[in-house]
Design a protein around this ligand. Structure first.
Ligand code: SAH
Ligand code: DHB
Ligand code: MG
Length: 223
């Protein structure tokens, strides 16, 4: 299968199953206009993430890596009344774009966006006694994923889930000689998660508009 076919299928899925969504389309447009990189989850992946949050009945969600707020909006819409998304973003300019997009989507009251390095943000949340979160979506800088995973374990409730994006990176995750820091981070993350007795995890490879990549889904034991 060529990349073109993957893209065509994702477009078909978009037309048949996902429908149009002005707030999400506006978020992508304003993000592109502001020069943000086009690396938000694909519409199909975003719907998957949203369904996962709904199936899980997630009321409190933590996201690492906001970008322009595309995945944040999807997650916030999955919340029941009174639910909340906390999202962490390093880049203040991206965060400003995300804030406007989240506000425009009518979700400003359900989303708390914190600007700064995610590792610091996680430590602050732990110190504040925040959470516990029902769902954590790790999607910030890929090389720090092992750290984010370990800190997230302190914030997610027993029975909670952790989703990690971009864990395959075109297959570079299995290339021991790769110079890609992100891929090396994902390799170390898999080794760490495999040894962690508190979680049961799997990785699903994906193709589509975002190329060849994948995500890891983990359930934290002890509910
Ligand atoms: N979740 C978004 C995409 C996030 S892209 C979506 O699917 O719509 C990754 C984001 O992580 C970028 O916005 C980048 O600025 C941010 N990032 C990079 N390093 C970070 C760090 N150390 N702490 C927090 N965010 C970081
Ligand atoms: C990158 C980040 C992402 O979150 C993503 O989904 C794809 C690519 C990146 O930093 O290259
Ligand atoms: Mg991603």
């Amino acid at each position: 299968m060529s990349r073109e076919a993957w893209n065509e299928v994702d477009e078909f899925v978009g037309e048949t199953l996902l429908g149009s969504d002005p707030a999400l389309e506006d978020a992508l447009r304003t993000s592109a206009e502001a020069g943000l990189p086009p690396i938000a989850v694909s519409p199909a992946q975003g719907r998957f993430l949203q369904l996962l949050a709904r199936i899980h009945g997630a009321r409190s969600i933590l996201e690492l890596g906001t970008l322009g707020g595309y995945s944040t909006i999807l997650l916030a819409r999955a919340l029941p009344p009174g639910g909340r998304v906390t999202t962490l973003e390093l880049n203040a300019d991206y965060a400003e774009v995300a804030r406007a997009n989240i506000e425009h989507a009518g979700l400003g009251d359900r989303v708390e966006l914190r600007v700064g390095p995610a590792a610091e943000g996680l430590k602050t949340l732990i110190a504040e006694g925040a959470g516990p979160f029902d769902l954590v979506f790790i999607d910030a800088d890929k090389s720090s994923t092992p750290t984010y995973f370990e800190l997230s374990l302190e914030l997610v409730r027993p029975g909670g889930i952790i989703v990690v994006d971009n864990v395959v990176r075109g297959g570079a995750v299995v290339d021991e000689g790769t110079g890609d820091e992100g891929a090396l981070g994902m390799r170390r993350f898999h080794e760490l998660a495999g040894r962690e007795r508190r979680v049961q995890a799997t990785t699903i490879q994906t193709v589509g508009l975002k190329g060849y990549d994948g995500f890891t889904l983990m359930l934290v034991d002890g509910a």
